[in-house]
Design a protein around this ligand. Structure first.
Ligand code: ADP
Length: 550
């Protein structure tokens, strides 16, 4: 799909916005759902704690119900056939656990015998002892029912806890015709409950409860509010959920408190963590997108510059070639009679050929610098000689264009330097070429030579169009051309200064520019003076440039 040209400039921002908006919407939606989750997770956690309480209570119920049904379900024959004394062997066979006393009572007559067993051994509690009284209270309703006679519809385990020291589980025994014949019961051992039943029930329930970092503290309080069992210190903590036991010890309460943090705190912490993670992810994503957009934008700029380069270079090649052809034709057709004219045309041809060579050299150099194949042949040289030589070859063109060239500091003695004379001459030519190209009609160009500490400085000074401050760093980048002001009218490849910088860098020197728009520019090449000890080095050395970075 082709975008309208007005929009094409903003493709990156359109793409960025296209990613940013859905991302923000996603973040907002996620924030909302996390906020909801924050509210519900506290409730869910509380429900989880309630389930744990339920599980502990059920374990306790199960222990006593199972124990009672197991132990107390005596055959009716024990009462109907007068074998009540056999109950002891029944209890022994089944194994007694968690029980203070067991008892059986016959209901076959109004005042049936009552037997007490402690650890399966029969014993007679003293009259009016609390356990005897508790048994009487528990058995009275059944005695009344037995006295009434007739079948009992549903027989089930009953609990009597009026005396909290003698809690009783009672199991009524019926014969084949559902007639009550006796009672079997147990007086519960509170110490056993505390020491064995509770810890086992709690541990079993905790093992199946995924408490995570909350690891709740389970505690049990008796009817007077005393802590009778706990899995951790309760200091400074309040119970989050509590519940009484349901079958026995119903006046006792079991409660849970979070060990490290309340569910609300954990939920909030999770909420913050999730929001933080999402924001971090979104930031990374946006960062990546921005980076990709930046790279794409750079690539686009580079490709635009390359296109401009091709068109500029074609123009640069075509113009001198056309002049050369015309002057050569004049000469060939013998249309030039005057020897001065012939010499002038010859000079034109020579100058244009030099320009062509310089351009082609620049392109070839750029190619070899880019691919890392550029080599330098360093030798001990007098920089002044190289400068004078370059000015001599450049002079013709300058003169043709009406330029005056001044050489300053030609008499100042300069120390030798290790340079590649050809490369330095090429750098200077590029600077001179620019001074001419961007002269804006100001025909004075100065080349200055001086020593500045450990540096030999060659400067090319013009009074041309100058360079805006913010462009001064960029002009040394390949293909970069100032796109404002008068430079529009001048064709160029955008390679000259980048090659100068490469060459000067290879000499461990630096190139600087001072310029003011409308007033002119000074480009200076700083080359290190050859240290005295290195004079002994071999006169020639070849170095290979690293490939330039993209
Ligand atoms: P070009 O082939 O365009 O001259 P250069 O790399 O030599 O390429 O120069 C890069 C840009 O720097 C030029 O396009 C021009 O805008 C600016 N520039 C270079 N030298 C001068 C100068 N002496 N005066 C003004 N602008 C200059």
């Amino acid at each position: 799909m082709k975008l309208p040209p007005a929009l094409r400039r903003y493709t990156h921002w359109i793409g960025f916005t296209a990613i940013l908006i859905p991302l923000l919407v996603l973040l907002a939606l996620q924030y909302r759902s996390l906020a909801r989750l924050d509210q519900t997770s506290a409730l869910v956690h509380k429900a989880g704690l309630n389930n744990l309480l339920e599980a502990v209570a059920k374990e306790v119920d199960y222990f006593y119900r199972d124990n009672a049904e197991h132990l107390l379900d005596l055959p009716a024959s024990v009462f109907t056939q007068g074998q009540i004394s056999k109950a002891a062997s029944h209890f022994k066979k089944k194994g007694v656990e968690g029980v203070k006393h067991l008892f059986v009572e016959s209901l076959l007559n109004d005042d049936g015998p009552l037997y007490f067993y402690s650890s399966c051994a029969s014993f007679q509690p003293p009259p009016w002892s609390p356990e005897l009284r508790a048994v009487y209270v528990a058995s009275s309703p059944w005695k009344f029912l037995a006295h009434k006679g007739g079948p009992v519809e549903r027989v089930r385990l009953t609990v009597e806890e009026k005396d909290s020291n003698n809690r009783i589980l009672l199991y009524p025994i019926t014969d084949d015709s559902s007639k009550l014949v006796g009672l079997a019961g147990m007086v519960l051992d509170e110490d056993y409950f505390r020491a064995h039943v509770l810890p086992e029930a709690v541990n079993r329930s905790l093992a199946t409860f995924d408490s995570g970092e909350l690891a709740p503290i389970v505690s049990v309080q008796d009817a007077k509010g005393r802590i009778v069992y706990t899995t951790g210190s309760l200091r400074g903590r309040t119970a989050e959920v509590e519940k009484p036991f349901s079958l026995v010890f119903t006046d006792w309460t079991i409660s849970l408190a979070s060990r490290h943090a309340t569910p609300a705190v954990v939920a909030r912490r999770n909420f913050r963590l999730n929001v933080g993670l999402s924001t971090a992810l979104a930031t990374v994503l946006l960062g990546g997108v921005l980076l990709a957009l930046r790279t794409a934008s750079r690539e686009m700029k580079l490709s635009r510059m390359k296109n401009e380069f091709v068109s500029n270079v074609s123009h640069e090649l075509r113009t001198p070639l056309a002049s050369i052809r015309v002057f050569a034709e004049f000469l060939r057709l013998g249309r030039v009679d005057a020897p001065e004219k012939a010499r002038e045309y010859g000079e034109y041809i020579e100058t244009e050929s030099r320009r062509l060579s310089q351009l082609i050299n620049n392109i070839l150099d750029f190619a070899s610098i880019e691919s890392g194949r550029k080599t330098y042949h360093f030798e001990r040289c007098d920089v002044r000689e190289v400068v004078c030589e370059t000015l001599k070859t450049f002079g013709v063109r300058l003169r043709q264009n009406g330029f005056n060239i001044h050489l300053e500091g030609a008499d100042t003695p300069l120390p030798p330097a290790r340079i590649d004379p050809g490369a330095i001459a090429q750098s200077l030519s590029n600077l001179l070429d620019n001074a001419v190209k961007y002269s804006n009609g100001k025909t004075d160009v100065t080349v200055s030579l001086r020593r500045d500490g450990d540096w030999i400085v060659v400067s090319v000074i013009d009074q041309g169009i100058g360079i805006p401050r913010d462009e001064q760093r960029k002009i040394f980048d390949r293909f970069h051309r100032v796109s404002t002001g008068l430079v529009h009218d001048v064709k160029g490849s955008g390679l000259g200064l980048s090659i100068v910088r490469h060459i000067v860098d290879a000499h461990r020197g630096r190139v600087t520019v001072e310029s003011r728009p409308g007033e002119g520019s000074t480009f200076s090449i700083h080359l290190p003076v050859e240290p005295p000890e290195s004079s002994a080095l071999a006169p020639q050395a070849e170095t290979r440039e690293r490939p330039s970075e993209a």
